[in-house]
Design a protein around this ligand. Structure first.
Ligand code: NAP
Length: 477
């Protein structure tokens, strides 16, 4: 087996294979360390916006988190520790970027070309992540800019922002973490906001010694995890009934009013769409950081970038030394899809053409012995992605066991199973806040379909992935 990516999903798959006594796999990782998104993102203030105790593998709980919401370096350390503890590191080929993977139907295997040579695999697992390709904005004149610029996912720590005039473009989950971290050191911070996000309190805290003692009691980390899981899960009710979100947004309005005294600034920061339509952000220090004299929130759209400045449509020109893009990732067009060629020679990107569809977010017709971890419609806006990943892992492992037990060499999902599954998904998505919330979000693709989020309770996804369903597949000997 070849597993692409050594983040939560790829490592999780490798650990499970190892625990089943299998050693016949390689993890292809383009970077030089494990961790995926938690290795790539190390911008100042980077931390998890899901409570720590639900953000770990269920078989490797971590009672040692230092905060209610773990900082990036602790999650990265956790993943490194897991890779060592379960003996995964010898299986990882670091510095191997997958350039192309092509299905050879006659030989019934994947032929994979990487930046460091070729290999073949019976089964290909894409665990390359849905949020792994940073997206720079398409703004006129950007190429003319002579100052420093970088994306939040490629933070340049060698560049000193102290005293500089800094422009931040974007106000998503990443920006609201790094803006409070850099605000005290920069000379001037111009925050270019296209759409105001809904922000609720985080109530983060340092986990005390007493709490750590309690977490040492056998069964306690699991009980805490379960409790948090169900608290987070209850939020789905609002996502599915946008009218209820109008009640929930009172918390966010209260949070804004409490933290921002200036009426004009509050007006700029108040979102104009139904809460939940875009990812709900959580922060205790974002709003306060915007109230400082060295910060300006700019809501006029950007017209162009010049050699050393940004000009907005109202004609105002702001001189800047550095531009930081907090502009997110390519999600509905995944670059790796261009590198994977199925049975008929077409790439996954060509197969999807206008919209991404998979069966249970995992398998695609025409692409035998291929699974996508965190594939289409497996994302969550309300709970831990690790839960979804572990559900999917169970499904894939059961698939591999079933295929082996039946003496088959390949599995390929049937097109009608994919059709039926996606028709049900689209029905479930109808009327949710993501489609009816009056916003333009990256959850939706160019056709307006939500191809990223799971439309229901996460336990409903676990239910449908508990067992592999061979009837939905062609198994060939
Ligand atoms: P994002 O949520 O996609 O936010 C991108 C921001 O950039 C938005 O405010 C967007 O405005 C703005 N933008 C994009 N293109 C622009 C343009 N051409 N001109 C002006 N503004 C532009 O990206 P992100 O903040 O990096 O977060 C991405 C995802 O990563 C999150 O949703 C989350 O799933 C994940 N994340 C997770 C954590 C965690 O702790 N677990 C932390 C950070 C990120 P519009 O809203 O108008 O499009």
């Amino acid at each position: 087996m070849a597993i692409v990516g050594a983040g939560f999903a790829g490592l999780g798959m490798a650990i499970h294979l190892k625990r089943e006594g299998r050693g016949d796999f390689a993890v292809l990782e383009r970077a030089d360390e494990v961790g995926g998104t938690w290795r790539a993102n190390h911008y100042p203030g980077c931390c998890c916006d899901v409570p720590s105790h639900v953000y770990s593998y269920s078989f490797e709980l971590n009672p040692d988190w230092t905060r209610g919401f773990a900082p990036q370096h602790e999650i990265l350390e956790y993943l490194k520790r897991c890779s060592r503890k379960y003996g995964i590191r010898p299986h990882i080929r670091f510095g191997h970027d997958v350039e192309e993977a092509r299905w050879n139907d006659a030989e019934c295997r994947w032929e994979i070309r990487t930046s460091r040579g070729e290999l073949t695999a019976d089964v290909l697992v894409n665990a390359g992540g849905a949020l792994s390709e940073p997206r720079d904005p398409d703004i006129p004149g950007l190429e003319r800019f002579t100052g420093t610029s970088f994306h939040s996912a490629k933070w340049d720590h060698d560049h000193d922002l102290a005293g500089e005039r800094v422009a931040v473009i974007g106000t998503g989950a990443s920006a609201i973490q790094f803006v409070p971290a850099i605000q005290p050191e920069v000379g001037k911070l111009h925050l270019f906001q296209r759409t105001a996000p809904w922000v609720i309190p985080r109530f983060d805290h340092q986990i005390t010694r007493a709490e750590h003692t309690l977490l040492r009691i056998p069964g306690m980390p699991k009980a805490v995890r379960e409790t948090l899981y169900w608290l987070l899960e209850s939020r789905v009710v609002g996502f599915r009934r946008p009218r209820l979100m109008k009640l929930a947004d009172r918390v966010a309005r209260w949070h804004l009013k409490r933290q921002v005294g200036d009426r004009e600034l509050r007006r700029k920061l108040l979102p104009g769409y139904i809460m939940g339509c875009k990812r709900i952000l959580i922060s205790d220090d974002y709003y306060p950081s915007l109230t400082h004299d060295n910060v300006e929130v700019v809501t006029d759209p950007i017209a162009e970038v010049r050699e050393r400045s940004i000009v907005t449509q109202d004609g105002t020109e702001r001189e800047v030394d550095t531009i930081v893009f907090g502009t997110g990732f390519s999600v509905t067009k995944q670059p790796i899809a261009k590198r994977i060629r199925g049975k008929d020679g077409r790439t996954l990107d060509e197969h999807w053409a206008t919209t991404m569809r998979a069966y249970k977010g995992t398998t695609v017709p025409g692409f035998p012995n291929f699974v996508i971890m965190t594939g289409p419609n497996t994302g969550l806006g309300h709970n831990s992605m690790v839960y979804m990943i572990e559900s999917q892992l169970e499904y894939v492992l059961d698939c591999l066991r079933t295929v082996k037990a039946r003496g088959a060499r390949s599995f390929e999902v049937k097109p009608d199973a994919v059709e039926r599954y996606n028709a049900a998904l689209d029905r479930a998505m109808d009327g949710t806040v993501w489609t009816a919330g009056q916003c333009q979000s990256w959850y939706l693709d160019d056709t307006g379909r939500n191809t990223t989020l799971w439309p229901s309770y996460s336990y409903a996804y676990r239910r449908i992935t508990r067992r592999f369903d061979p009837d939905a597949y062609e198994l060939a000997a």
